[in-house]
Write a protein that binds this ligand. Sequence first.
Ligand SMILES: *[C@@H]1O[C@H](CO)[C@@H](O)[C@H](O)[C@H]1NC(C)=O
Ligand SMILES: *[C@@H]1O[C@H](CO)[C@@H](O)[C@H](O)[C@H]1NC(C)=O
Ligand SMILES: *[C@@H]1O[C@H](CO)[C@@H](O)[C@H](O)[C@H]1NC(C)=O
Ligand SMILES: *[C@@H]1O[C@H](CO)[C@@H](O)[C@H](O)[C@H]1NC(C)=O
Ligand SMILES: *[C@@H]1O[C@H](CO)[C@@H](O)[C@H](O)[C@H]1NC(C)=O
Ligand SMILES: *[C@@H]1O[C@H](CO)[C@@H](O)[C@H](O)[C@H]1NC(C)=O
Ligand SMILES: *[C@@H]1O[C@H](CO)[C@@H](O)[C@H](O)[C@H]1NC(C)=O
Length: 549
Amino acid sequence: MLLQWFVICLLAMPVLTGNDRKCPMECTCNVDEQNRRQLLCTKGGLSAIPVNQIDEDVRVIIIKGPGNTINIGQLFKKFSNLEVLRITDSQIPSIGTESFWGLIKLRIVDLSRNNITNVNRHNFRGQNNLHELDLSKNKILNLSSTSFDHLTELKRLNLADNSILELVPRTFFLLNQLKYLDLSGNPLQDLPPDVFRDVPELRIFKCRNCQLKKINPQLYNLLPMLSELDLGRNEFKFLDKDEFRDVKNLIKVLLDGNQLSVVVDELFRNQKRLQHLDLSYNRLAKVPNDSFQHLGNLTFLDLSYNKLMRLEPQSVRSLNKLLTLNISGNVQMNLHDMRETFEVIPQLTHLSVADMGVLPMGLLVPFKQLRYLNISGNHLDNMSLQVIDPCRELEVSTFLDLSRNQLYGINEDTVKRIQRIRNVRLDNNPLICDECHMGKLINVVQHLQWKWETYPICFLPKPLRGSEITDLDVSKLHDCLDYITDEEQNAASTSHNFLERGGLNTLAILGGIVLVLIVVIILAMAVCFSKRRARYYTREDRLNGANAV
Ligand SMILES: *[C@@H]1O[C@H](CO)[C@@H](O)[C@H](O)[C@H]1NC(C)=O
Ligand SMILES: *[C@@H]1O[C@H](CO)[C@@H](O)[C@H](O)[C@H]1NC(C)=O
Ligand SMILES: *[C@@H]1O[C@H](CO)[C@@H](O)[C@H](O)[C@H]1NC(C)=O
Ligand SMILES: *[C@@H]1O[C@H](CO)[C@@H](O)[C@H](O)[C@H]1NC(C)=O
Ligand SMILES: *[C@@H]1O[C@H](CO)[C@@H](O)[C@H](O)[C@H]1NC(C)=O
Ligand SMILES: *[C@@H]1O[C@H](CO)[C@@H](O)[C@H](O)[C@H]1NC(C)=O
Ligand SMILES: *[C@@H]1O[C@H](CO)[C@@H](O)[C@H](O)[C@H]1NC(C)=O
């Protein structure tokens, strides 16, 4: 009896304390930046929402896992001022019938990262004021044409990362205010145009990784306001020159991770507003001279990780506003030809030429305003690092990525330039942490006013291997270690990532395995050979025997 009273008192405690405001023990209650009373239960491990201990004035409820197993239903009725409800990562199995009935101020419902399999119209009755619904990362299998028909004011709908196989006709019936729709990560394979007849206001549409092979042009015809289109990681092989004819307001287009082998001339002829174009990770072998002709507003162009051999000056000549270019990972590209192309776009501020091999000396001469340069993974050594000398503006830049190269040290001149750069990456270089190779840099880096995201790591001498240079005591460094054993030089030149955890061990293990294999093969051959010989003898013996007969 006494114990029961004690438990009840404990439960009532949070209700009685805290200035007549209620707040469940396992949660925090405060006001958000818009001065709204909010409840935050983010520790996880909840098995129910402690509704009786929540203040009725609450306007924002945020409940997060991990380890929650929560059911929702008509729990929220008394929170008539509720504007935002986010219950994520909590294994909610279903939304429930009329769960939000009467909450006329509710604007945002976020039930992402749960176990919801089914969505129907009864879930959202009375929600004609809702602006945003996030059901991403659930297990929704199908939708019906009436699933959302109470949500007539909805502006943003996120259904990404579910298991929706098909969009039935009029899936988005009555959502004619919808501006943002994300269907990414559903194995849809097809987007029936009719489905989009109901969302003429759509501005942002994403269907990354939807197993799409092509799009019916009719769809674009129904979405004249579209400004952002993300169709990355699908299976497009070819885009017809009329593909984007009807979407004249596009500002951002992502087509990365498809199988495109060419950008046909005139493909973007109506996209005069386009600013951002991502064609990385395709199979582009060439960019015809007129492909980007009309893209006078383009500021960002990503052509990385394709199969380009060259990029004609002619094809980028119209890109007067281009600021960012990424041509990394086009391993077959002849960079000697690129100087001429770069001369046409000297205004670039961001350039990535990573994973390309050796960079010709004068390559970067045309650029006078470069502030971000990524030349990682290019076998750069102390000598070839001079390629960055012409880029004077790098000294006030934000990023220089020199990782995954062959740098043993950083000389004084380079240190002078590096010390003004906000962020420098030098990881995965065979750096020798002694006075003559790294002394200057170590000194400078240890006294910088700001922090780099990552710091260089020593490769030699062995006792310092793996140490960040910021942890070193400069006075205890060796003078000059010009001695590198063959073993280490080999390790450095055979693998870019030799410094990553376990890299060397992996090499050693691989070597060991190869050795064992060779021995096994030799032994096996020896055994085999001796057996054959044995058999030959017996046959010969028999033959001899036969002859003798
Ligand atoms: C929710 O899904 C997760 C992951 O598939 C599973 O482990 C868990 O058992 C499910 N929870 C419920 C209540 O069904
Ligand atoms: C979803 O699919 C299941 C099984 O295929 C079916 O029983 C259910 O009626 C479908 N729901 C809707 C809303 O179409
Ligand atoms: C850039 O876009 C604007 C509309 O945003 C358009 O009026 C202008 O013609 C475009 N410029 C070029 C060079 O295409
Ligand atoms: C493309 O332009 C280059 C000059 O940049 C020119 O040499 C080449 O002949 C052109 N190619 C075609 C197919 O017009
Ligand atoms: C290409 O470089 C740009 C600018 O540095 C960067 O924003 C983009 O993510 C890079 N693309 C890839 C595929 O890494
Ligand atoms: C530089 O490019 C490489 C290869 O594309 C990439 O992995 C790396 O993240 C880039 N560096 C920065 C700072 O973005
Ligand atoms: C690096 O190259 C410069 C010439 O650019 C040379 O003077 C210097 O001795 C070299 N430093 C190292 C550590 O090899």
